[in-house]
Design a protein. Structure first.
Length: 320
C-alpha cells in the first residue's frame, strides 16, 4: 500500500451523533442514506438534511454480535470453510443533553408530547384533553407557520409547538417525519397524531400573521391539514409494543482532520428508558443526569452486490 494512504491511529476527543428518519410505510423500511464520499465533509454543526444533530455523547460503544459457524468435512472432521450463522450488532451511548429527540431515542416505545391542556381538563398520565389545535394556513414553510392573528396570539415566544394532522381513525404508522406510533385499532383522540409526532419546533417570534420557528421542522414544510398545538413537556412510558426505527450516524473527528463514520441504516431501541448519573466533582451531593440509549442494528440489502449488512464504517482522510 502506498504510504500516502497510511493514516496513523486517529486521536479523537468525543463522538458526535446524528439520526435521521426511516420511512416505514408500505410494509418496508427505507432508511436515510449516508454517502461518506459525497457527504462526509459536511460542517459538523450543520448536517445535511434530514440528519439531525444530537450533539456530543459519552461512553459510545458498539458491539458486533454476528456469529460464524464452521462447515466440517472428512474423517476426522476438519474445517472446510466458514459461514456467517447470524447477523447482529448493537450500539449504545450516553447523551449529554435532554431534547425531544434524545428522549425519544432513549426510550423503547412511543415518546409523546404533553400537549397544553384544555381549561378544566381531567388529568391523565400522558396528558388529558388538549386545548384546541390551531389551523396552519397556506404558504407555510419549515420555519414559518401562517395562521389567524387570534390563533397566533395563543402561543408565546420560546414555547414548543407540535405540528401534524388530526387523527381521523387511521391505522398503521402515524406521525411526521417518522412514525411516532403504530395504531392497531381505531382511537377517539383527535389530537393523538400530534401527541406522538416528532415534528416539533420552538417559537422564535409571534406576529399577527403567524409564528416563526427558531429552526426548521424535522418534517419540512407542513402539508395541507396540519395544525399546531402548544407543548408544555414530553413524556414516555416503560412498556408497550411499538419500536421506533431510525437511521444513525456516529462521527469521530481526528486531530489531523480525518473522520471516522459509523453509519447504521436501521436502528431500533434495545432497551427501555434509562438514565446515568455523573457525580459533579465539586459536590458529592449533586449529579448530572444523562440519558442512556442502546439500539439493535437491523439489516439492509446493499444494492451494490445484494449482501445483507447492518453497519458501514468509513474513513475519510483530509485532503492536503
Amino acid at each position: 500500500m502506498a504510504s500516502s494512504y497510511v493514516v496513523p491511529a486517529p486521536v479523537v476527543r468525543r463522538v458526535l451523533g446524528y439520526f435521521a428518519p426511516v420511512n416505514r410505510t408500505g410494509g418496508a423500511s427505507i432508511p436515510t442514506v449516508f454517502d461518506a464520499a459525497e457527504m462526509g465533509s459536511f460542517a459538523l454543526d450543520a448536517p445535511p438534511a434530514p440528519w439531525v444533530s444530537l450533539g456530543w455523547m459519552k461512553n459510545f460503544a458498539r458491539r458486533a454480535g454476528s456469529r460464524t459457524a464452521a462447515i466440517l468435512t472428512g474423517v476426522p472432521a476438519a474445517v472446510l470453510e466458514q459461514t456467517r450463522e447470524t447477523l447482529d450488532a448493537e450500539v449504545s451511548c450516553e447523551f449529554l443533553s435532554w431534547t425531544k429527540l434524545t428522549m425519544a431515542l432513549a426510550t423503547g416505545s412511543q415518546h409523546m408530547n404533553l400537549l397544553e391542556p384544555a381549561s378544566g381538563a381531567a388529568g391523565a398520565a400522558d396528558g388529558g384533553t388538549a386545548a384546541a389545535a390551531k389551523v396552519i394556513q397556506t404558504g407555510a414553510t419549515a420555519t414559518v407557520l401562517p395562521m389567524a392573528g387570534a390563533d397566533a396570539a395563543s402561543f408565546g415566544v420560546g414555547q414548543t409547538v407540535a405540528v401534524d394532522v388530526d387523527y381521523t381513525g387511521q391505522a398503521g404508522f402515524v406521525g411526521s417525519p417518522v412514525g411516532g406510533a403504530y395504531v392497531k385499532t381505531p382511537l377517539t383522540d383527535v389530537d393523538y397524531v400530534r401527541r406522538v409526532t416528532l415534528n416539533v419546533g420552538q417559537v422564535a417570534t409571534v406576529s399577527t400573521s403567524g409564528l416563526t420557528l427558531a429552526a426548521a421542522l424535522p418534517g419540512g414544510a407542513p402539508v395541507a391539514g396540519m395544525k399546531a398545538q402548544a407543548v408544555v413537556g414530553f413524556v414516555d412510558r416503560e412498556g408497550g409494543s411499538f419500536f421506533q426505527e431510525w437511521s444513525g450516524l456516529f462521527v469521530m473527528e481526528g486531530s489531523q482532520g480525518e473522520r471516522i463514520f459509523y453509519y447504521y441504516p436501521r436502528l431500533q431501541a434495545l432497551s427501555g428508558a434509562a438514565e446515568a448519573e455523573s457525580v459533579l466533582k465539586q459536590s458529592s451531593t449533586m449529579a448530572r443526569v444523562m440519558l442512556r440509549g442502546a439500539w439493535r442494528a437491523l439489516p439492509v440489502v446493499d444494492g451494490l452486490d445484494g449482501e445483507r449488512v447492518v453497519c458501514y464504517r468509513s474513513l475519510l482522510m483530509k485532503a492536503v
